[in-house]
Design a protein around this ligand. Structure first.
Ligand SMILES: Nc1ncnc2c1ncn2[C@@H]1O[C@H](COP(=O)(O)OP(=O)(O)O)[C@@H](O)[C@H]1O
Ligand SMILES: [Mg+2]
Length: 160
């Protein structure tokens, strides 16, 4: 299985197994709820990352891309977990019927693809991950906005 490679402030993810390995590091570093915004173009690996993280956290069922459902809910390590993909949303007003109030639970793990399309309707990000193409593989960088996001970032940095 490939590993992620730390390069300066970025992680190089040469293949999908490396993305999964990086998500496993996140699972090791998580001990609280967390709101993760996932940025990057189509095909950058946002869903791959979310799927690997949720699966590592013990979600037994298949983690589908929420492209059509917009939102999927899981239980991960005994906590509520939500995976959203807002690509198809043109205006955050369209999200009113989705019941985003449930996302206010501070114990929840929340992963959001295309969060900019839900601006104002989503909980604030603890961390933002940016995935991008890098040759045949991908690269990732992250930004922490809160104390628990910063703690996670330090743990990830320290783990490599
Ligand atoms: N690190 C990687 N290197 C190369 N290919 C990857 C990597 N991570 C994921 N992939 C592949 O790229 C595609 C990513 O798709 P997906 O995760 O649905 O992207 P997104 O949700 O960002 O649109 C999948 O075909 C996956 O197998
Ligand atoms: Mg996706």
């Amino acid at each position: 299985m490939s590993e992620q490679i730390k390069a300066g402030r970025e992680w190089l993810l040469p293949d999908e197994a490396a993305t999964a390995a990086w998500a496993t590091r996140w699972a090791d570093a998580l001990d609280d709820g967390l709101v993760i915004y996932l940025h990057g173009p189509l095909g950058a690996g946002k869903t791959s990352f979310a799927r690997a993280l949720l699966t590592t956290l013990g979600v037994g069922e298949r983690v589908k891309s929420p492209t059509y459902s917009l939102m999927e809910s899981y239980v991960a390590r005994g906590r509520p977990a939500w995976h959203l993909d807002l690509y198809r949303i043109a205006d955050s007003g369209e999200l009113e019927w989705l019941g985003l109030d449930a996302l206010a639970d501070p114990a929840a793990l929340i992963l959001v693809e295309w969060p900019e399309r839900g601006a104002g309707a989503l909980p604030h990000a603890d961390v933002e991950v940016r995935l991008d193409y890098a040759g045949a593989g991908r690269k990732a960088s992250l930004h922490a906005f809160t104390a628990r996001g910063e703690q996670l970032r330090r743990r990830l940095e320290g783990a490599n």
